[in-house]
Design a protein around this ligand. Structure first.
Ligand code: GLV
Length: 328
């Protein structure tokens, strides 16, 4: 039987590429070149599988140009780079990497929220510029995190680990909003209270966004929502660019309608709205919430497990559209 051909679309741990080579003819990308849509499609010619990251768009045009494609396996929990309906309609399995990054991402979300509330980046830049010459009673005074109200917008695996850190770790009050509510036995241990979106916006001292990106969540936080927040509140986005209207956020920060923001994701990243760069009250990080060495390795191996199983008749551990497998 000829071995399947796969594309590893971005540079990834060499040992994970070697794992794939044990099963497949592999074209990898050790130089980590970012392929245009046309180049990605051309490189997928004759390939049955793709190891992707959140950066490669898999849509109907690409699938139609590559009818031999059987599986696209993302090294990311988010998969808004996939047109899942188009994949399902063509019998292409999609997979992602849930769970293995949850605690690491919660660590980061919490760190970013705290850095934002306590003005860590702004004060570090001041120090590095050599401006620290004396103590002052109001130097970089920020907002307390302990005993404050944490608001979480969005649900899923990441809400509970963040809420647990907040409630059990430093005694925050936790409120959350999402289309669906956690079961009572999930809410109880962390004391999380379900509220409507208006209450969440009005009561949160620190609002953290963890919802997946979709047409429905586009600009879930825009000018109208920012206007409902406390002027002392902070906003942390570890979800996806596009969930926040970055231009409206920059304006709200400039006009001090909220206190500060911590952003790991951006509309149009890796480009940023330049207005954000001019605001000292924003902590900016380059989409690294899952970036611990152990977690990135686990994500890469899970994506490889999915690809290997999908193309060798196994059971992929984390399928997004498992109905494709049932119909094979
Ligand atoms: C990161 O943003 C991911 O979706 O894994």
């Amino acid at each position: 039987m000829p071995r399947p051909h796969v594309l590893v679309a971005r540079a990834v741990f060499p040992e994970v590429v070697e794992r794939l080579r044990a099963h497949f003819e592999v074209e990898d990308n050790p130089g980590d070149i970012i392929y245009s849509a046309a180049e990605l499609s051309a490189r997928l010619q004759g390939k049955q599988g793709a190891f992707t990251t959140g950066s490669e768009r898999i849509d109907a045009a690409l699938l139609d140009a590559n009818a031999q494609l059987r599986a696209v396996c993302n090294m990311a929990v988010g998969y808004n780079n996939f047109d899942v309906d188009a994949c399902t309609a063509r019998g292409v399995l999609c997979t992602n990497t849930p769970d293995v990054l949850t605690e690491t991402t919660a660590d980061f979300g919490f760190a970013l929220m705290m850095a934002t509330a306590r003005r860590i980046s702004e004060s570090e830049h001041y120090l590095r510029r050599g401006e620290w010459t004396r103590w002052a009673y109001d130097m970089f005074t920020g907002r307390d995190v302990h005993a404050a109200t944490l608001g979480i917008l969005g649900m899923g695996r990441i809400v509970q680990p963040i809420a647990r850190r907040a409630a059990l770790g430093i005694g925050m009050r936790v409120i959350y909003h999402n289309r669906s509510r956690l079961a009572a036995e999930q809410e109880a241990p962390i004391g999380a209270r379900y509220v409507d979106k208006a209450t969440l916006l009005a009561q949160a001292d620190h609002l953290v966004l963890v919802l997946p990106y979709s047409a429905a969540s586009h600009h879930a936080i825009g000018a109208a929502e920012l206007a409902q927040m406390k002027p002392t509140a902070t906003l942390t986005n570890i979800a996806r660019g596009g969930i926040v209207d970055d231009a409206a956020l920059a304006q709200a920060l400039r006009e001090r309608r909220i206190a500060a923001a911590g952003l790991d994701v951006f509309e149009g990243e890796p480009q940023l709205n330049p207005a954000l760069l001019d605001l000292p009250s924003v902590v900016l990080t380059p989409h690294i919430a899952s970036a611990s060495v152990a977690t990135r390795r686990a994500m890469a191996n899970l994506a490889a497990d999915n690809l290997i199983a999908a193309l060798t008749g196994g059971a992929p551990p984390t399928p997004i559209n498992p109905q494709v497998l049932a119909s094979r």
